[in-house]
Design a protein around this ligand. Structure first.
Ligand SMILES: Cc1cc2nc3c(=O)[nH]c(=O)nc-3n(C[C@H](O)[C@H](O)[C@H](O)COP(=O)(O)OP(=O)(O)OC[C@H]3O[C@@H](n4cnc5c(N)ncnc54)[C@H](O)[C@@H]3O)c2cc1C
Length: 432
């Protein structure tokens, strides 16, 4: 009884020291370029746009900065190496930002919401279970944590990262180490202890979300400068020429067109993305004098909100607004059924403002809302995607060995995971 994991940092055959073409100068392509350069392996990045970053970047608005996608990253040795090499100063999160809130029973409640839940979860962690595999996070959560904790804690916590519900998410894709441990151990506590014993990574110097004084654009600009002779902009790659090495660091749909292989059609079609909107909202501080202190809040589904939660930007990092008289928050929304595409921009912004006012019981009188829309925003880490990884990996390995896939849909959705994988890819290539 086991899951079919891909034990590789990307999909396809390992690289070696031969020159390689990278398609896409999003963060995955840039990170890979950084580590290949460090290993002295020749490469060229091809980017269809005239600038790097893909989804990632920071806009300067008249009231402060607005992140286009990620507002930060978690500590990893690979990212710290990059920042040290590029002389970038990492800003740790402020101490007040540790507190997080969940909207529960029409109120914002600081985690862990209820001590009764903590005790229940503790007792459940000791309970032995049948050794078995779990398809979705909901299957596992309901069995190990109970429905209440799954729906009101796990679900909003995961939606803040994966923008998807526990019913949509693959358990082994989201929690690979735990899934492996639970094929050997019968209780959650035993599995967690095994995971702790197997961990070799050094502890993080900073816990929580990190960023830069001027936002995530700082990382993109520094990587773009470092790799300036290795990137060709305004080049839309339409085919992967044979006899050359390729790593496709573009979204799954673009990679599918480049591979154009009927055998993989169903697997690529199973890779779906969540349609994501972000709204960075600037509010006069005088309109929200009792703003809760912390990182932000998450909202479970079924509470009559479209926004999934809010990040309190100016409490996390300095320089998020042009003046201390302003508050900046970012709300994330997923268009689950396509209904927002029929709403006008002004109605959508009005709806967001109304939801903010209801959530925090304020009259915000927002002075600016900066809206970004990503139709293919976040890949859904579904059981179908998990199964597709194995099949695509095996097929590329055996039949298309010059092509590999690497990006936010190939096993690591976050910048931290992509940085660690990029380093592994380059280290393995140098050894081959
Ligand atoms: C709203 C939001 C919030 C997020 N928050 C966080 C967070 O807080 N922390 C975190 O770690 N992660 C976060 N993420 C995830 C992270 O931002 C993304 O996973 C990451 O930026 C995706 O990078 P990528 O390189 O895989 O893809 P992309 O950014 O999509 O880059 C792909 C690149 O390929 C190029 N390209 C495509 N086709 C071709 C072609 N044929 N030829 C040449 N070039 C091509 C594109 O132009 C693009 O530049 C967030 C994502 C979103 C949407």
């Amino acid at each position: 009884m086991n899951y079919s994991f891909v034990e590789a940092p990307f999909l396809g055959k390992s690289l070696n020291r031969r020159p390689v073409n990278i398609v896409g100068a999003g963060i995955s392509g840039l990170l890979l370029g950084f580590f290949l350069k460090k290993q002295g392996i020749p490469f060229k990045i091809w980017e269809k746009n005239d600038t790097a970053g893909g989804l990632l970047g920071t806009l300067q608005t008249p009231y402060g900065i607005a992140e286009k996608a990620a507002n930060g990253f978690l500590w990893s040795d690979s990212l710290v190496q990059i920042c040290e090499h590029l002389k970038l100063k990492i800003i740790p999160p402020s101490t007040i930002s540790k507190k997080r809130y969940i909207y529960y029973q029409k109120n914002l409640r600081p985690l862990p919401v209820s001590w009764q839940w903590v005790v229940q979860a503790g007792l459940r962690s000791l309970r032995p279970h049948k050794i078995q595999t779990y398809e979705t996070v909901a299957d596992w959560g309901n069995a190990f944590l109970g429905e209440k904790i799954t729906q009101n804690l796990l679900s909003p916590a995961l939606s803040g990262i994966y923008a998807a519900l526990p019913e949509e998410l693959s358990f082994p894709a989201i929690f690979p180490s735990l899934a492996k441990a639970l094929t050997q151990k019968r209780s959650l506590l035993q599995a967690l202890l095994q995971m702790r014993n197997n961990t070799s990574a050094a502890p993080a110097a900073y816990k929580g979300t990190l960023s830069f004084e001027n936002g995530m654009q700082t990382l993109i600009d520094a990587l773009q400068k470092h790799l300036q002779n290795d990137i060709a902009f305004n080049t839309n790659i339409t085919e992967c020429t044979p006899h050359e090495n390729w790593v496709l660091c573009c979204p799954a749909g673009a990679a599918q067109k480049l591979i154009d292989e009927p055998y993989l059609y169903n697997d690529f079609s199973a890779i779906r993305y969540a349609d994501i909107h972000t709204f960075t909202v600037f509010i006069p501080r005088e309109n929200w004098q009792n703003q809760p202190q912390g990182f932000g809040c998450l909202i479970p589904r079924g509470q009559n909100f479209n926004i999934l939660g809010a990040i309190f930007n100016d409490q996390l990092f300095p320089n998020r607004t042009i003046s201390k008289d302003l508050i900046s928050i970012t709300c994330i929304m997923r268009d689950f059924d396509g209904s927002f595409s029929n709403i006008s921009e002004s109605n959508l912004l009005q709806q967001v403002q109304q939801e903010i006012d209801r959530l925090f019981a304020i009259q915000s009188n927002t002075i600016q809302i900066q809206h970004f829309h990503w139709k293919n925003g976040i890949p859904i880490y579904s059981p179908q995607l998990f199964n597709a990884w194995y099949k695509i990996h095996e097929f590329l390995h055996s039949s298309f060995s010059a092509i590999r896939l690497f990006g936010n849909y190939t096993g690591g959705i976050s910048i931290r995971q992509m940085a660690s994988n990029a380093e592994k890819i380059a280290t393995l290539a140098a050894q081959n």
